[in-house]
Design a protein around this ligand. Structure first.
Ligand code: BG6
Length: 488
């Protein structure tokens, strides 16, 4: 790790992500004294505002989005005192020059740039900074997703940024990697002797990853339509979870070792085509229904026109490598699901030989299951077999019992941080481990493109599902055909 950047330039500072996540995260870091001394935040957006007006916005965002007990007027004021506002529009050299004037003397103490803007502005913003003389050996740049909409466009973005910054200075954000629960997957796998010897095709029957959301479009019509769940959630968050679950143990917990192992998994994903998408994928779009007792409208009604964008996707993925051969990974994610619920389920195989009941029948013997709940509560549950109490006159009866670990209880008293706190701090300190490397993004898109290509060639349309359901019934059939069922 290097000396932390003394300056953060935040583009898109008037946007939703900045208000909801980035300023509250900076506030929390300040409250824990984790920001460098004499830290300066240059907030930038297209709107012309003076510092005082912008400080008012930041203060309002902190009051709205921080947990109420964390808001403190004096601390909010201290954060605002660190922020200056500079209006900048991509392509406006004068505005970039004015911004550069305010930070030029801080260049040698490191500048971290955060692009929380539409992706079309990544390249022009980076170029504007370079032209204004702000790109030096101590400048880093972070970009929010999406990086492109397919492999080709992601290459264009990466080439444009890569022409100005070297890979070590480029921080591609996937906020799931900032979540404590996702990082904890590595602790579970590599900090315990128990699991790793069984973490392979010999002992595991299949893996499920579910990321369910109850929300719908949330006013993001212009971004979401034409993008859909596969690009919005699977290409990044779901594949990051999958790669951490499936990767080989890295030799060290450093950015190269970890990302080398993740990219190998991503490159081992079996591509799909027009034939395989029919059996291995489901696209869905929500229609009116009820979520948590509330009546909600359908996607097309929210959008105001018919659309074939999928708001739900389920996939049966294969990782073609030695460890995982023959182990399906069932993935699903969707909007307007019955619950906000993200989890990983590892279904182990049955024991090799049953001594209970007649050939295992009638005894209640079931294979073990490990359930790792990521959201809303972090919880790890291992279902193991136990004998039902009794005299066993009719034979031993077994029952599944859960070994439960609630991490919220185990670490009660520890504040659960916003994912962006960790990511912002790592950016300032120059640690790219929890950011996505270019080859990872490209491997992700290569697989996603094969699915999108398959859908197109097969003419696969999104099937309707009523809001408040776990997708169309074909998603249930996708897994039940293999004799398994979704864990709910
Ligand atoms: C974003 C997607 O990346 O992640 C959104 O664009 C989605 O569509 C969000 O709602 C989910 O994040 P979280 O942290 O609420 O699970």
């Amino acid at each position: 790790m290097t000396e932390p950047s003394a300056t953060l330039i935040l583009f898109g500072a008037t946007g939703d992500l900045a208000h909801r996540m980035l300023f509250p995260s900076l506030y929390n870091l300040l409250s824990d004294n984790l920001l460098p001394a004499d830290f300066l935040i240059v907030a930038s957006g297209r709107t012309v505002l003076d510092d005082a007006a912008f400080h008012k916005d930041v203060d309002a965002a902190l009051r709205k989005f921080l947990q109420p007990e964390r808001y403190d007027t004096a601390l909010a004021q201290r954060l605002c005192d660190m922020i200056i506002y500079c209006p900048v529009e991509a392509g406006n050299a004068d505005q970039f020059a004015a911004l550069a004037d305010r930070v030029r003397d801080r260049l040698d103490r490191g500048i971290s740039v955060y692009l929380s803007t539409p992706p079309s502005l990544f390249a022009p913003t980076a170029q504007g900074l370079a032209d204004a003389g702000l790109v030096g050996p101590k400048t880093r740049i972070a970009m929010e997703k999406p990086i492109g909409k397919d492999l080709e466009s992601s290459r264009d973005v990466n080439d444009a940024i890569g022409a100005l910054f070297d890979e070590q200075s480029i921080f591609r954000v996937d906020h799931y990697l900032g979540k404590e629960t996702v990082q904890n997957l590595m602790a579970l796998r590599f900090g315990n002797m128990l699991f790793e010897p069984l973490w392979n095709a010999a002992a595991i029957d299949h893996v499920q990853i579910t990321v369910g959301e109850t929300v719908g479009l949330e006013g993001r019509v212009s971004y979401y339509d034409g993008v859909g769940a596969l690009r919005d959630m699977v290409q990044n968050h779901v594949l990051q979870i999958l790669s951490i679950i499936a990767m080989e143990p890295p030799a060290r917990l450093d950015s190269t070792a970890v990302r080398d192992e993740k990219v190998k998994v991503l490159r081992s994903l079996r591509p799909m085509d027009a034939e395989t998408v029919k059996a291995c994928s489901v696209r869905g779009q929500y229609t009116p229904g009820a979520v948590a007792g509330e009546i909600v409208t359908g996607y097309a009604d929210e959008l105001g026109k018919p659309s074939d964008t999928e708001t739900f996707v389920a996939l049966k993925a294969h990782i073609d490598n030695w460890r995982w051969t023959g182990v399906p990974f069932y993935l699903r994610t969707g909007k307007r699901m019955p619950a906000r619920h993200s989890e990983i389920m590892i279904q182990f195989k049955p024991v090799a030989h049953s001594i209970f009941g007649s050939r295992g029948h009638g005894s209640g013997l079931e294979p073990n299951t490990l359930i790792i709940r990521l959201q809303p509560q972090e919880n790890i549950r291992l279902l193991i077999m136990a004998k039902e109490p009794g005299l066993d006159r009719g034979g031993v009866k077994l029952q599944e019992v859960g070994l439960d670990v609630s991490l919220a209880n185990a670490f009660a008293g520890e504040r659960r941080r916003i994912a962006y706190e960790r990511l912002l701090l790592d950016l300032l300190e120059g640690d790219p481990t929890l950011f996505v490397r270019r080859d990872e993004v490209e491997a992700q898109w290569t697989w996603i493109d094969s699915i999108i290509g398959g859908w197109k060639d097969a003419g696969m349309k999104a099937s309707p599902y009523a809001s408040g359901n776990w997708g169309p019934s074909s998603a249930i059939a996708l897994i039940e055909r293999d004799g398994a069922s979704w864990h709910e």
